[in-house]
Ligand binder design. Structure first.
Ligand code: ZN
Ligand code: ZN
Length: 405
């Protein structure tokens, strides 16, 4: 990890040229990196959460109405609404909503405007309370019916009775019937309240619309959600890959032109862009790894009573994959180093430090034609003045004419 940070730092922040990057330049680069990265994440957020998202096209409100469409003629279903946890970009989200959901929202809104649902609920609640009270009283009477009989048998005086509400053997049946009637009338009122709502034309209209469209909408929601985890990553990759390509192209271009500051800037941005790209890429791979298959393998070894073998295998596979990757990286790194040796800045650096560019041993460019350690040619003949000049540099050290490489 320490080495990784060190090499990341030297590869990105150490300027391998004639000049070193000032601390202020490095700070500016870091600020640029952070800005680019945070903008990328915002862009990803927008691409995946605001648009291209099944829950934007079919908001939870709409999904709920469809799922519970059979109970939409009950005003109690209108209790919970407006999920808008995250109202960011709500205006754009609203534009993305499926047309049928919008129709449903309009119809629900019409009902809410025409009918005072809050008041209906309040009335309903009052009735519920009354009916609860009555039921309690009825239960009390039922529970005490036997007690009264026992009292009667022991000829207890009424004013000394343990039974509340002046209930006696004579009036208990009367009271019971009265309460039952009251309860019945309250139940009727409740039913009337709910029927009035059901009979409302707007409610009927919504119910019939839902009955007609429910199935097709549900199919569309299922379709939209089916491959969303894959689509999600693909949308991110589609968003990032053009940027990776552009930054990579600019980086290579400026490396080629020896414009090192620009090269370093684009190299930084490229690496920053690659971070979310790789995350997305590996998530995509993770989706495709058949987890069920792994479970079956585990089950097989479990049946042989050696399930731990699976973990040994997993480690072995991971080691093999990483050996392959690391060897590739190292090979590329070596090749890059070779290439770097042939670019101007490195040659100038070697020349200034009197070092053989091939083997790194000390040489003298004024006196030597070849490196005595590795036979690397240090000088070539200038085509215009035929004097010897430093190999790899742009201009002849004798006549100053351009040397074609
Ligand atoms: Zn040498
Ligand atoms: Zn010359």
């Amino acid at each position: 990890m320490k080495n990784f940070i060190k090499s990341f730092y030297t590869n990105n922040f150490i300027y391998k040229g004639k000049e070193k990057l000032s601390k202020l330049t490095i700070l500016a680069l870091i600020i640029l990196d952070i800005f680019v990265l945070s903008t990328l994440f915002q862009g990803i957020d927008f691409q995946t959460k605001v648009i291209n998202n099944p829950n934007t096209k079919f908001p939870y409100d709409c999904q709920d109405v469809i799922t519970y469409s059979s109970s939409m003629d009950d005003f109690n279903s209108y209790l919970y609404n407006n999920y808008n946890y995250d109202s960011k970009y709500q205006n754009i989200k609203d534009l993305e909503v499926d047309e049928r959901c919008n129709t449903i929202f309009d119809k629900v809104e019409l009902i809410k405007n025409k009918i005072d649902i809050k008041n209906l609920k309040k009335q309903n609640e009052e009735l519920n309370n009354k009916s609860y009270n009555l039921s309690n009283q009825l239960t009390y009477l039922k529970d005490n019916y036997n007690t009264i009989l026992f009292e009667k048998m022991s000829e207890q005086e009424i004013d000394k009775s343990i039974i509340k509400g002046e209930v006696s053997a004579e009036n208990i049946k009367e009271k019971y019937e009265l309460l039952t009637k009251e309860l019945e009338s309250i139940d009727k009122e409740k039913e009337k309240l709910s029927n009035e709502f059901k009979e409302e034309n707007l409610v009927k209209d919504l119910i019939s619309y839902l009955a007609l469209n429910k199935d097709t909408i549900l199919i569309d929601i299922e379709k939209a959600q089916k491959f969303y985890s894959i689509k999600y990553e693909l949308v991110i990759l589609l968003f990032l890959i053009p940027l990776v390509a552009i930054f990579f192209y600019l980086m290579k271009r400026y490396l080629h032109k020896d414009k090192y500051i620009l090269y370093i800037i684009f190299k930084n941005i490229l690496i920053v862009t690659l971070i979310p790209t790789f995350i997305s890429f590996f998530s995509l791979i993770n989706i495709f790894i058949p987890k069920i298959f792994l479970e079956k393998v585990l089950m097989f070894f479990y049946s042989l009573e050696i399930p731990f073998i699976v973990y040994y295998l997993a480690i072995a596979i991971a080691v093999l994959i990483f050996i392959f990757i690391i060897i590739k990286i190292q090979k590329k790194f070596k090749e890059d180093n070779e290439k770097l040796k042939n670019n101007n800045i490195s040659i100038i650096d070697a020349y200034n430090k009197n070092i053989c560019i091939k083997c790194g041993n000390r040489v003298d460019f004024t006196l030597m034609n070849y490196c005595p350690c590795c036979q690397n040619q240090l000088k070539i003949e200038c085509k215009s003045c035929h004097a010897n000049t430093i190999k790899g540099l742009d201009y002849c050290s004798n006549c100053g004419s351009n040397i074609e490489k």
